[in-house]
Design a protein around this ligand. Structure first.
Ligand SMILES: Cc1cc2nc3c(=O)[nH]c(=O)nc-3n(C[C@H](O)[C@H](O)[C@H](O)COP(=O)(O)O)c2cc1C
Length: 161
């Protein structure tokens, strides 16, 4: 069975965790990038990112060179934005047919919205099997090394063949 790690990350927290998973599972890594970049600093970052969630935007993402049929397991990573997953993840889910996969979810956050994000992803991805979830509180600001060991252990424990 083949695994794919797919993620969006504005400020590299989720990216760091995603890389650790793909190293641990020795699998491919796919970064989603929005065509129009979200601002990465100050008030603008929260304003534009927040607006994008609240308006249920599906921002255009850069073309992906991936055939999802090749994968049985998809590990999805996102920062929490306004209590849910970031809009480029919505674009990815809604523009690809994702069914009959094992799904695992990893999120980075500043302290809230985790369980709603998990529920929203389950709702967006019916007809799939959710195998596990893990969350990290600002891993680049807190203990990066510890977060990396935690996610590697988690990835192994999913027992994805
Ligand atoms: C637009 C926006 C909205 C956010 N909303 C939340 C939130 O609702 N709950 C939370 O815990 N963190 C929130 N955050 C913080 C991020 O989830 C957190 O900083 C995360 O580690 C960023 O991951 P990244 O570096 O992969 O982008 C928000 C950040 C942005 C930019």
């Amino acid at each position: 069975m083949k695994s794919l790690v797919v993620f969006f990350s504005l400020e590299n927290n989720t990216k760091t965790i995603a890389k650790a998973i793909s190293d641990e599972l020795d699998c491919e890594l796919l970064e989603l990038k929005s065509k129009k970049q979200y601002p990465t600093s100050g008030f603008k970052k929260f304003l534009w990112g927040g607006k994008s969630v609240l308006f249920k935007e599906k921002p255009e993402i850069l073309p992906l060179d991936v055939d999802l049929d090749k994968y049985d397991n998809i590990l999805i990573g996102t920062p929490i934005w306004v209590g849910t997953f970031a809009p480029p993840i919505k674009t990815f889910i809604e523009t690809n047919e994702i069914e009959n996969k094992n799904i695992a979810v990893f999120v980075c956050h500043g302290g809230g919205g985790i369980s709603r994000c998990y529920k929203d992803l389950e709702k967006q991805l019916p007809n799939n099997k959710f195998k596990g979830y893990v969350e990290f509180l600002e891993p680049l600001k807190k203990d990066t090394g510890e977060s990396i060991s935690k996610v590697k252990k988690w990835a192994k424990s999913l027992d994805l063949k």
